[in-house]
Design a protein around this ligand. Structure first.
Ligand SMILES: [Zn+2]
Length: 142
């Protein structure tokens, strides 16, 4: 099983942004390193302005410019872009059809559920290239 490690500080940042953005979706990126066993360790979170022109309660969007900025930020910090997080206001942390449609291989997708402006469940997924579905990965908060 794949694993992503997030420190308590970074995890509370994701929770904080998710509650701040409520009832809209927040989004951001995780930068860090890939450990020898393939696990990812998050060392920095970068929040990204939700650029969706659709309903921001159900959609988030990371533009190509955001993506390029994040890649160069990762280079600058000598880190790797590990994936993206976003919130699901009043919905469980299960990837939507749209989440799947825009998913890239390798990246981790952390989904933080928020009900009533309070952080709820949080899960992380990675795209399987074989089946083109999301596989849940182990989210370790330490
Ligand atoms: Zn989603």
């Amino acid at each position: 099983m794949m694993m992503i490690i997030v420190s308590k500080i970074h995890f509370s940042e994701i929770e904080f942004q998710s509650t701040e953005a409520y009832p809209y979706e927040c989004c951001g990126a995780m930068l860090g390193t890939v450990l020898d066993d393939g696990s990812k360790e998050v060392l920095t979170c970068v929040s990204v302005h939700n650029q969706s022109t659709e309903d921001k309660r159900r959609r988030f969007k990371i533009t190509d410019d955001d993506y390029r900025f994040l890649e160069s930020k990762a280079d600058e910090l000598k880190m790797t872009l590990l994936g993206f997080y976003h919130s699901h206001p009043d919905h469980p942390p299960e990837p939507s059809e749209t989440d799947l449609k825009y998913a890239w291989p390798f990246f981790s997708y952390i989904i933080q559920s928020v009900y009533d402006r309070k952080p709820d469940d949080c899960k992380s997924f990675e795209l399987s290239l074989d089946t083109h579905t999301f596989i849940e990965e182990k989210l370790v908060i330490k």
